[in-house]
Design a protein around this ligand. Sequence first.
Ligand SMILES: [Mg+2]
Ligand SMILES: [Zn+2]
Length: 195
Amino acid sequence: MTVAVFLDRDGTMNVEKGYIRNVDDLELIPGVAQAVRKLNDAGILAILTTNQTGAARGFYDVAHIHALNDRVAQLLKEQADAHLDAMFYCPHLAKGTVEEFAIECDCRKPEPGMILQACKQFPDIDLTQSYVLGDKASDVAFAYNAGCRGILLKTGYGERVLAGKYQALAHQPHFVCDDLPQAVDVILSHMKACV
Ligand SMILES: [Mg+2]
Ligand SMILES: [Zn+2]
């Protein structure tokens, strides 16, 4: 049995800055690299699951999404010798302007497609013991739809979600944490308590 933590990207791992057109503008939230390293050391899979509509909106191409994800991986390595076990993204948006990506897909959060893809790659994942970390209500719904525990973070859009000013919470998060590093500590102690 393997535990996975599915990580949102913008507002969860890196500072929320809207659509990032310049790769060098992407910066990790303090402590994120060290926290991912703790997951690595505990044998917990750290898997990126991110909606990236910039391609569907015609803001940039898919290669740029890859470049941003690679920058996250590079900063994790530099700051704490940490790594992601896999990276999934959804480039789709039904109302997008770029035909190739303007489809109704099953991988855009809160649909569980990216978690199902991860389970194909890692068949030992136990979703009931796994977690989703994110800053939007759609991340919590993503957890719920995949049968995982959802942790809402106060970084990114999180404070606005909690204040009822952005995306209504259709499902209550299992935990609310200040940021990703605190959430990782909660997960590690929660797992210990459950052994
Ligand atoms: Mg986010
Ligand atoms: Zn998709």
